[in-house]
Each structure stands twice: as C-alpha cells, then as structure tokens.
Design a binder for this molecule. Structure first.
Ligand code: NFA
Length: 101
C-alpha cells in the first residue's frame, strides 16, 4: 500500500509585534481648580475619585503626571477630550502624549 506523506509545509514565520504605547500626561497649571481636574480625569479616563485625586496631586506637586497608556490614536483622542473638557469649563487644562515603547 502506498503511503501518502504530506509534503513539508513551507516554514512561515508569523511575528506579531506588540503595539507601541503612548502615555497621556497631565500638565499642571495655575488656574484650573483641583476639583475640575479631578472631575475631568474621572469622566475622560474613567478613574475613581481617589485615583483622580492622586494623579491631580502628583501633577500639582511635580508639574506633570502620567494618567494612562494607550495605543497612539486612543492616547491622542483622550488627551484631546481632556483638553476640551477643561476648555468648555473655561480652564487651560492641558494634556500631552509621549511615546513609551
Ligand atoms: N495647580 C492647580 C491649582 O492649584 C491644580 C491642578 C492640578 C491643575 C493638576 C492642573 C493639573 N488649582
């Protein structure tokens, strides 16, 4: 009886690269009230009040604080949403994005 042997499969290498991540960074300013910063962080970044307070205080004391990391497009969208939320209330709340990996 003939044996049917499968031909060797061509070696195919699949390399899945991890998506590059971008940090969204909250910048301190002298005008935006602390409670406004906390509310914006809670609504845009879905943080608890405690988390938002911690991030706000770190930015207040050190000048800036990483809020979260996302893929590039989401980071940019979130930073823009935070900026707009502050601007709607009349404050110069600012976020930037920075590549992490
Ligand atoms: N520095 C602002 C204040 O004293 C609070 C603030 C914190 C603003 C973090 C922006 C970012 N009212």
């Amino acid at each position: 009886m003939d044996e049917v042997v499968a031909p060797p499969r061509p070696k195919q290498e699949t390399r899945t690269e991890r998506p590059r991540l971008w940090k969204v960074i909250l910048l301190n300013d002298d005008y935006t009230p602390r409670e406004v910063v906390v509310r914006v962080l809670q609504s845009v970044f879905r943080m608890t009040e405690g988390e938002a307070l911690g991030v706000m205080l770190t930015a207040h004391r050190r000048g800036a604080c990483v809020v979260a990391v996302f893929t590039k497009e989401i980071a940019e969208t979130k930073a823009q949403a935070g900026l707009e939320a502050g601007r709607k209330l009349g404050y110069p709340l600012a976020f930037t994005t920075e590549r992490e990996s």
